[in-house]
Design a protein around this ligand. Structure first.
Ligand SMILES: Nc1ncnc2c1ncn2[C@@H]1O[C@H](COP(=O)(O)OP(=O)(O)OP(=O)(O)O)[C@@H](O)[C@H]1O
Ligand SMILES: [Mg+2]
Length: 256
């Protein structure tokens, strides 16, 4: 379980000025729950994930994973960054298996698991390529495979499908849901797409900017397993409408 209470993050700029990126964040994510995060650019979504990943410290409040305080990166947490972050000198297969080998958790099945995930991500035959030989979208798929292979308890995904074309995006969404269903990880998934958030998540956190805060948390009452046909479901429209209303209201209030 992920628990955030009273979390705030202030960055101090090089000019001495301060940016209040997040304030008053309270959120509880159950084990195996899929939570999407949407909100305008700059409202602190990436910062929120980095805090939960233990990559940057909170300014105020506390973050716990399974009852222990997050202070550093944890072995049970994997993150997919907004831009792919692969090792340039290692081939695709070694990139995907790298975290497990680093943590001493690689077994004789690790390489087979990596090959199977790469095949599902449409990357069979690219195992021995270097990152620079792949397109941006392919690199991001490698980064997603790397995170999934760790079978993390907590999976943090920052706009993981942003660089993918619509078709690959849909395929990867369904594959993510399938793997998530098998591993039971708690997922925090940042996206700019309201329909993607609704289709994937149990709950959608809507954030508002300056300073970043939680404006609404919208439950999604769509049955699982999910598929794209559910975009026609009344519960899909209800959730998407409520999210849009919150974002629009906040935008209007801010502009006024
Ligand atoms: N390392 C940093 N140093 C200073 N300010 C930062 C740093 N990281 C983020 N910020 C500031 O914190 C705020 C939130 O940034 P963040 O990247 O979390 O937004 P975001 O919601 O992920 O935006 P986007 O949708 O564009 O990715 C912004 O005002 C940004 O300028
Ligand atoms: Mg971001």
């Amino acid at each position: 379980m992920i628990l955030l209470s009273g979390v705030a993050k202030t960055f101090r700029g090089r000019d001495g000025g301060e940016v209040q990126a997040l304030t008053g964040i309270d959120l509880r994510v159950a084990p195996g729950e899929f939570v999407a995060i949407v909100g305008a650019s700059g409202c602190g979504k990436s910062t929120l994930l980095r805090l939960v990943a233990g990559l940057v410290p909170v300014t105020l409040g506390r973050i716990e994973v399974d009852g222990s305080l997050v202070a550093d990166p944890r072995a049970d947490t994997a993150m997919v960054f907004q831009a792919p972050t692969l090792l340039p000198w290692a081939d695709v297969l070694r990139n995907v298996t790298f975290p497990l080998r680093l943590m001493g958790r690689a077994t004789r099945d690790t390489e087979d698991g990596a090959r199977a995930l790469l095949a599902k991500a449409g990357l069979a035959g690219f195992e021995t390529k270097l990152p620079r030989e792949l397109s941006g979208g392919m690199q991001q798929r490698v980064a997603i495979c790397r995170a999934l292979l760790q079978q993390p308890r907590v999976l943090l995904m920052d706009e993981p499908f942003g660089a993918l074309d619509a078709l690959t995006r849909e395929e990867m969404s369904l594959e993510l849901l399938r793997i998530w269903g098998e591993t039971g990880a708690a997922v925090l998934f940042v996206t700019h797409s309201i329909s993607e958030a609704v289709l994937l998540a149990d709950r959608v956190v809507v954030m508002s900017p300056r300073p970043g805060r939680i404006a609404d948390i919208v439950p999604v009452e769509l049955p699982r397993p999910r598929d794209f046909a559910q975009e026609a479901h009344p519960a899909f429209h209800a959730a998407a409408q409520r999210i849009r209303a919150t974002i629009y209201q906040r935008g209007a209030a801010h502009a006024a």
